[in-house]
Design a protein around this ligand. Structure first.
Ligand SMILES: [Fe+2]
Ligand SMILES: [Fe+2]
Length: 497
């Protein structure tokens, strides 16, 4: 039977060709990228008129982007994915089982008014909860508070306190000022000690156990201990055979958002990009912040945006999420580019912004997936921890993540990252997580440490000018996937040729 031509479609094509012809006749030369975009997208007539009104011989895709974003005329195109007809995903055969641990998430609970009492309560809460972890650690010495130090003169004790100042002395030792709930003390780390060797890792606001002896007005310390997690922990695995995909830093709306690689990722989930067996196991996707590029996040961001309307940016995110098979649960937390308060802890994104069927959680938050305890945190504090500590770099975010885990705190240096001093410090890592998922640094990194899997899931944003200036080397479009039953972590690079 002969195919009935779709008249409306033919008319559209003719209409586009007529516009392109008019541009050609005016001697304006479109670059191949600009031509391809105009050919494939429905563009308002007044945009064509603006192109015709431009001076100059060449018209580039960048010029078109500027024109479209200035007019807010970027079409949030329906995302097309290829669905493989023969795809029979295993993960479709069972219902999801996950829960958000309510006390870990600030959403709907913020009660901070910014008064001085709020800071006091916040620090007291942090100190009590982190020092409790330290007190549970086995020690051969008795624990003394700063107030009790005088009465321990000469005998070895453990002091648990928060660092408020660190400096080198004239004799080449390190001198710390520390505080607990009862007062303050001066702690010396003599050059020849183990404590001194680790002093480069001591950060302001760190809560540490100091082992040593009190001598006059100084506490002479030979060993320092961070809260850490216990040694003998094994990686937790699940009964059921399924997979979890970890994403972060999608940056919808950015000029550098990698549309084609993300399309490939969506195709893969739909069984049409190879490796169908693994794709068919995916039951959960966790997105760890920076869903969109946002607006007004840094000076002159407008020039890096293809879409300047925040609602439209989330519309693009939603359109993509709708192409994920519906038996997959998507869980999303915000990051510093998202449209919630910038300071942490951040509440979940509102349903006025994210309208697709996504489970919206706060940053940070704890989510248990079929028994696997996930700690989700965007990772903004990595920007303060990496430069503050010797030996860390943006090339290996997992090593900086480990330093946070050791401190049992997601943002140990107060004041370097924006933090709201809530009465409860939501950034304390109270329970030992099975998986810590972060993003923010746009660099994939993985580590298994004492049974906890630390993973940074990279980005879908291409290298930005800022990253070029900073010498950062992001790893875009590489998606980590955990097979929960075996504990095997692998990743797929969707960047293509
Ligand atoms: Fe980001
Ligand atoms: Fe970020």
């Amino acid at each position: 039977m002969p195919q009935v031509p779709n008249e409306a479609k033919i008319a559209d094509v003719e209409f586009v060709l007529a516009d392109l012809k008019a541009i050609y006749e005016k001697n304006i030369r479109l670059t191949p990228e600009a031509f391809e975009f105009l050919e494939k997208n429905e563009i308002d007539q007044d945009v064509y008129e603006k192109i015709l009104a431009t001076e100059g011989l060449f018209f580039t895709k960048e010029m078109l982007d500027v024109l479209l974003s200035r007019q807010d005329k970027i079409p949030t195109r329906p995302v097309t994915v290829a669905r493989a007809l023969a795809f029979r995903p295993e993960a479709k055969e069972f219902s999801p089982s996950f829960k958000l641990i309510g006390r870990s998430d600030i959403t709907g609970k913020s009660n901070c008014t910014g008064k001085i009492e709020d800071f006091v309560a916040h620090f007291r809460n942090r100190f009590e909860r982190v020092s409790a972890i330290l007190r549970r650690r086995i020690s051969e010495h008795g624990i003394a508070t700063t107030k009790q130090l005088k009465s321990t003169q000469g005998s070895k004790v453990r002091l648990i306190a928060m660092v408020t100042d660190k400096r080198a002395t004239k004799k080449g030792n390190v001198l710390l000022t520390v505080e607990d709930c009862e007062g303050s003390a001066k702690v010396v780390l003599p050059r020849e000690t183990e404590a001194y060797k680790l002093s480069g890792k001591i950060l302001n606001d760190d809560i540490i156990a100091f082992d040593g002896k009190n001598a006059d007005e100084l506490f002479i310390c030979d060993t320092v201990t961070w809260p850490e997690i216990p040694f003998a922990r094994e990686q937790k695995k699940t009964e059921r055979d399924f997979a979890i995909v970890y994403l972060s830093d999608l940056h919808f709306g950015s000029r550098k958002f990698l549309e084609k690689p993300f399309q490939r990722f969506l195709n893969w989930l739909n069984g049409s990009e190879g490796n169908e067996e693994l794709a068919g196991k995916v039951k959960y996707i966790i997105v760890c912040g920076d869903l969109v590029d946002g607006i007004g996040i840094y000076p002159e961001q407008e020039k890096d945006l293809i879409v300047k309307d925040i609602y439209k940016q989330y519309e693009m995110f939603d359109l993509a999420m709708e192409k994920i098979p519906d038996y997959i649960t998507v869980i999303a937390a915000p990051g510093n580019h998202d449209a919630v308060r910038r300071a942490e802890p951040q509440p979940a994104l509102g349903e006025d912004l994210v309208k697709s069927n996504v489970v919206r959680v706060g940053n940070p938050s704890n989510v248990e997936i079929e028994g696997l305890k996930h700690l989700l945190y965007h990772g903004t504090s990595l920007d303060s921890v990496i430069p503050a500590m010797g030996g860390l770099s943006y090339e290996k975010p997992e090593e900086a993540m480990l330093e946070l885990l050791r401190r049992r705190h997601l943002s140990p240096i107060y004041g370097d990252s924006l933090i709201v001093p809530e009465e409860r410090d939501y950034l304390v890592i109270e329970e030992e997580p099975d998986i810590i998922h972060m993003g923010h640094v746009h660099k994939n990194g993985y580590m298994l440490y004492r049974g906890t899997l630390l993973l940074n899931s990279g980005t879908f944003q291409d290298r930005t000018d800022f990253q070029v200036r900073m010498g950062h080397h992001p790893t875009p479009a590489i998606v980590p996937i955990l097979e929960a039953k075996t504990g095997k972590l692998s990743h797929i690079n969707f960047m293509g040729e």
